[in-house]
Design a protein around this ligand. Sequence first.
Ligand SMILES: CC(C)(COP(=O)(O)OP(=O)(O)OC[C@H]1O[C@@H](n2cnc3c(N)ncnc32)[C@H](O)[C@@H]1OP(=O)(O)O)[C@@H](O)C(=O)NCCC(=O)NCCS
Length: 258
Amino acid sequence: MTVHFNQLTKEPYLRLPAPQSNIIITPHRSDNIDEDAKSLSNILNDPKVYPWLERTPYPYLHEHGVEWIEAHCKENKKGLSTLRKNLEQDEIINTKNAVGREFIDDCPFTCIREVLADDPDTGAPLKDRLIGDMKLARYTFYEHLNDSEQRSKAQLKNNELPAGDENIIWTLGDFLAPSHHGKGIMSLAVRTLIHDWGIPHLNVHHIKCYAFVGNEGSLRVFEKNNFERGHTLEDWVPVPESRGGGKKSIVLVTWRGV
Ligand SMILES: CC(C)(COP(=O)(O)OP(=O)(O)OC[C@H]1O[C@@H](n2cnc3c(N)ncnc32)[C@H](O)[C@@H]1OP(=O)(O)O)[C@@H](O)C(=O)NCCC(=O)NCCS
């Protein structure tokens, strides 16, 4: 249950447990934008990935990736600098030590990376490549219609709750490169993000997500992490014309703490 700190690159990261301990979850990197944007466009133009996602542009251009990474680097700057200071002192923060610390209002751990080489002395990752993305964020209330007043009001109320408030409802979105599907990576990544970051640092008690009807892989990942399947909303989420248009039905899933 730890946030690790790479002393060589000054980067905080989460590491999945065995048998997936070659997978880490890191913040976006401002010094790696081109390479990461290339990986993102490879993944997000793949027909095994983009039809299951609501918001990512299609076709996904290199500049979409660059904008996405730059925006995240900017958004995470303040939270990461505080976290870095804490971690430089501790090297590894145990959940135990996190008790009594201020809760943080941010999830900088978004990039799923496969480690290609570790430093033999420190065990810190030396070389890796981006293979996916995930994010814990404040919930957007999919059960209310897109662009409805009810949705805006619910979002506003949830967004106004202060960091660490256990009434905040969170959501979690994810995708992985098809070359790495079906190996148990996302099931463990979701568990790691919730237990190593969400619970100890954000005080997460309640998460609500959805998957398109038919996305059994995603629903299974949620179920393996103790999310309960809720009801189905028929013809609910509008699909952009670039992906065929129309509306997709969704299944809601909910997690209520450990
Ligand atoms: C959904 C996704 C993130 C899952 O990642 P993953 O690392 O392949 O998932 P895991 O290997 O941890 O687990 C997948 C589980 O789903 C099961 N599964 C996969 N496809 C399935 C299908 N068509 N029907 C039934 N079960 C399926 C697997 O058997 C496994 O369950 P098991 O461990 O009990 O055998 C990945 O497939 C992906 O990126 N999909 C495209 C984007 C996406 O759908 N994102 C989520 C949007 S809500």
